[in-house]
Design a protein around this ligand. Structure first.
Ligand code: FPP
Length: 235
């Protein structure tokens, strides 16, 4: 879903970010890992604002993976609280900016108070159209495909599946209306997809940047967008 900005330059319509490096950022400063996540949440606020300003229509953030449950309990609980605070504190800001919030992932296992805060913000922002912010939370690409397959089998037993093709699978993903990913940015210097949007990113450009997530700025975002432009114009 690439599009053009007001100057006619190609723009990725959907950017997905693997926010890596919070722990290293904190470690480098002699701080607990939780301080890295707190600084990471500030970077989220900056980048959401940047994306909406430059006309990105969908932004997906890999916020908590199905693998992240293996982290120490205090760290997991800290991230959950941080996310709940984010949903509560950002509601008016997201709304003002015309941003619609959506969740992507399994609800099972997430704290009830976090889900309540998210659901409230999702409900209040549901008619906004400027940008959709998807938070991938308790998300894994393989889990998503397993859940979709289960739902397809159940629908088939009810006689609702006529054929099995890409469109059928799309319909049973967590967010069937989510546009294909154009650009995946991974911070922290690694090149792995780490089970992130494996179905939706088949044609995405991958940009790995050494910057640690809490230090991520508009310049880094622009670097990703420039890389994307270079790739699609050389196609
Ligand atoms: C990866 O860094 C980061 C996470 C698993 C958590 C992401 C969460 C946030 C950025 C917090 C707030 C999010 C929102 C949406 C408000 P890491 O801990 O794996 O870093 P490391 O590789 O250096 O250890």
């Amino acid at each position: 879903m690439n599009c053009r900005n007001s100057s006619g330059n190609a723009m990725p319509g959907h950017i997905a970010i693997i926010m890596d490096g919070n722990g290293r950022w904190a470690q480098a400063r002699g701080l607990p890992r939780t301080a890295g996540h707190q600084a990471g949440a500030k970077a989220v606020r900056r980048i959401v604002e940047d994306c909406v300003k430059i006309g990105v229509s969908a932004l997906t953030l890999y916020t908590f993976s199905t693998e992240n449950w293996a982290r120490p309990l205090v760290e997991v609980e800290f991230i959950m609280r941080l996310l709940e605070d984010y949903a509560r504190q950002e509601l008016s800001e997201l709304h003002q900016e015309g941003i619609r919030l959506r969740l992507l992932g399994r609800r099972d296992g997430l704290p009830a108070s976090l889900l309540r805060a998210m659901d409230e913000t999702i409900a209040q922002t549901r008619n906004n159209t400027r940008m959709t912010l998807y938070l991938a939370l308790n998300y894994g690409g393989r889990t998503e495909l397993i859940d979709a397959t289960r739902a397809i089998i159940a629908a088939n037993e009810r006689g609702e599946i006529e054929s099995l093709d890409k469109a059928t699978i799309n319909r049973y993903l967590y967010a069937p209306d989510m546009p294909a990913v154009d650009l995946v940015i991974r911070t922290g210097g690694e090149y792995r997809l780490s089970n992130f949007l494996i179905w939706q990113s088949v044609n995405a450009v991958l940009c790995s940047l050494p910057v640690l997530w809490p230090d991520f700025t508009s310049d880094d975002l622009n670097e990703g967008i420039e890389l994307y432009r270079g790739q699609i114009t050389s196609q």
